[in-house]
Design a protein around this ligand. Structure first.
Ligand SMILES: C[S@@+](CC[C@H](N)C(=O)[O-])C[C@H]1O[C@@H](n2cnc3c(N)ncnc32)[C@H](O)[C@@H]1O
Length: 291
């Protein structure tokens, strides 16, 4: 969400498509409250999978605006430590401000988790909500992340299941495709659906040294923008998901307006209790570093 290298991954079309340290991170920040409210339902299955059963040191990969880190701190045994790491300086700044204003003792640091070493002792838990699908050299990145986990430590990562089961993407994409041509996808490129076939990530994690690997699916409804009525939900989705807004802006004329109308019409049939909710399927990967 907020990206889709499968849809448009050529630098000429969308220079910011994988630039999380730059424009992509800034765009995520601009839509942050709506995106985090929309993704909030994933926190519960993800954090439960992490097994916060004792005093722990927890590192979050791609901590974004800090919502999941705050939830982790609330749910971990008192005295546990939560550190968030993200490649986007703007998102880290936002997360720090938020933690400060909420009085939450969470440290957020700028780090490229594909290559950075842990700042101190390795962690007891490694967690990520949709932050592990963007590494350019995935085998090297997961080998690096192995160093972040202490022997006996556990991981839980959330990644999107196949596109067809994620209506937040298919419905929006179908409306946009009524107006502009959407470039073909490369399922191997960094992007949200890169691990839709879970075996790919399981194999990478195994090669990196992790064990006890499992994947379970969470299916549920996500409130678009956190719970918006039809027209606002359509504008939010086009501005925030994938690079649709870039494609429509580049198409020029009234393309953006027509796509918003097409999506508003689709959403009208889905609205319930004044908000639009769309079905999602998320893989929750778990594993451990052998002792
Ligand atoms: C889809 S967003 C998810 C953000 C947050 N976890 C959430 O669910 O709201 C992906 C996040 O991963 C971060 N990210 C991408 N590549 C990264 C890397 N190599 N190292 C650290 N963070 C990265 C991005 O900056 C962004 O905050």
């Amino acid at each position: 969400m907020g990206y889709d290298a499968r849809v448009a991954n050529t630098s000429e079309q969308c220079p910011a498509a994988s630039d999380w340290g730059g424009a992509r991170g800034d765009r995520w920040r601009a839509q942050l409250s709506g995106m985090e409210a929309m993704l909030k339902p994933v926190d519960d299955p993800l954090i439960r999978a992490l097994k916060l059963d004792t005093l722990l040191r927890i590192a979050e990969i791609g901590s974004g605006g800090g919502g999941t880190a705050l939830e982790l701190l609330q749910r971990a045994p008192v005295g546990s430590v939560v550190h968030g790491f993200d490649i986007s300086a703007g998102l880290v700044e936002h997360a720090r401000d938020r933690a400060r204003s909420e009085g939450a003792p969470i440290a957020f640091e700028v780090a490229d988790m594909a290559s950075a070493a842990p700042p101190g002792a390795p962690y007891d838990r490694l967690v990520s909500r949709f932050g592990i699908m963007f590494f350019a050299d995935a085998p090297a990145a997961f080998a690096n992340l192995f160093r972040w986990l202490a022997p006996g430590g556990r991981l839980a990562f959330a990644a999107w299941g196949r596109v067809a089961d994620n209506h937040w993407m298919t419905d929006v994409r179908a409306a946009v495709a009524e107006v502009v041509e959407i470039p073909a996808a490369d399922p191997t490129a960094p992007g949200p659906f890169r691990y839709a076939e879970p075996d790919k990530l399981l194999a990478l994690l195994k090669s990196a040294g992790f064990a006890e690997l499992e994947v379970r699916d969470w299916r549920g409804a996500l409130p678009v923008g956190g719970g918006l009525p039809v027209a606002e939900a359509a504008s939010f989705a086009i501005a925030s998901f994938s690079t649709f807004q870039d494609l429509l802006t580049q198409a020029g004329g009234d393309a953006l307006t027509r796509a918003r109308q097409a999506l508003t019409t689709r959403f009208a049939g889905l609205e319930q209790n004044g908000v639009v909710e769309l079905e999602a399927r998320v893989h929750i990967f778990t594993g451990a570093r052998p002792r």
